[in-house]
Design a protein around this ligand. Structure first.
Ligand code: 16G
Length: 241
């Protein structure tokens, strides 16, 4: 299994082997993998080499450690295409997962300066500030803070935003969502985010800002979201010009 003559580092070969076993369903999410000692015997390498392979896989989010218990196979990351403007509810449904939300904030406030600018509204204008933890199969995936002009969706209620906002905009309000510009940045979870997302402090986070427009060009939302980097990866097809 391990080729000591290969130019590929041994820890890398171990990583590939364990990943292959996960792909083959030999190891499933939640399964405990063998101890460092056992693995070093199986692969006939030092424990240091095994530790290096495991640490790399923990950092990648393939495995996770639990103090005093062992090392386990993590859930597979959700692959989110970068093209196509979808809602969280649609994303989870299309994967056969159950989408739900916990509403943390639902209030009307005077638009903060940067939000007013992005929504192209008066600085005195009111916006809804909505903060939700988004869950897939009851597991926290992201914390989203959404700003929407009150004038755009008068009468928006807590009940509505507990479900799908995009569904409400399109089906109930008959507005046509057109496009968004989006920024993705790497950050780490602060104390509050780590407790909301149920991850250790300083865990890797994908911070996303989305500025969305109706088909007639009117901005309708600014969304600041923090996604668990151990649960998400973004994918896209790219073409050479
Ligand atoms: C996604 C969007 C968000 C939108 C939400 C609506 C990102 C990266 N994505 O989470 O902008 O507000 O879907 O979801 O911000 P809903 O229709 O399930 O409420």
């Amino acid at each position: 299994m391990i080729d000591k003559q290969s130019p590929l580092p041994i820890y890398y070969q171990i990583e590939e082997d364990i990943k292959q076993r996960i792909a083959d369903d030999e190891y499933r999410p939640g399964d405990m993998i063998s101890s460092e000692r056992e693995l070093s015997e199986t692969y006939e390498v030092s424990r240091m080499t095994v530790r290096q392979a495991i640490t790399n896989m923990v950092n990648e989010g393939v495995l996770f450690r639990e103090k005093g218990r062992g090392t386990f196979v993590a859930d597979k990351k959700i692959e989110q295409p970068l093209q196509g403007m979808t809602s969280f509810t649609e994303d989870m449904k299309s994967r056969g997962m159950d989408a739900s939300s916990k509403l943390l904030i639902f209030e009307q406030i005077t638009a903060p300066f940067d939000i007013a600018r992005k929504l192209q509204i008066d600085e005195q204008a009111d916006v809804y500030k909505i903060q939700r933890i988004r869950y897939a199969d009851q597991k926290p995936m992201a914390v989203e803070t959404t700003f929407i002009p009150v004038a755009m969706l008068p009468g928006l209620s807590e009940r509505v935003v507990q479900g799908s906002l995009y569904d409400y905009i399109e089906k109930t309000k008959k507005l046509q969502i057109g496009k968004a510009s989006q920024m993705i940045e790497a950050t780490t979870a602060d104390q509050n985010q780590s407790s909301l997302l149920e991850v250790p402090p300083l865990s890797a986070i994908l911070y996303i800002e989305r500025n969305s427009f109706l088909t007639d060009g009117t901005p309708f939302e600014v969304v600041k979201s923090s996604y668990r980097a151990d649960r998400y990866k973004f994918i896209s097809d790219i073409y050479r010009a």
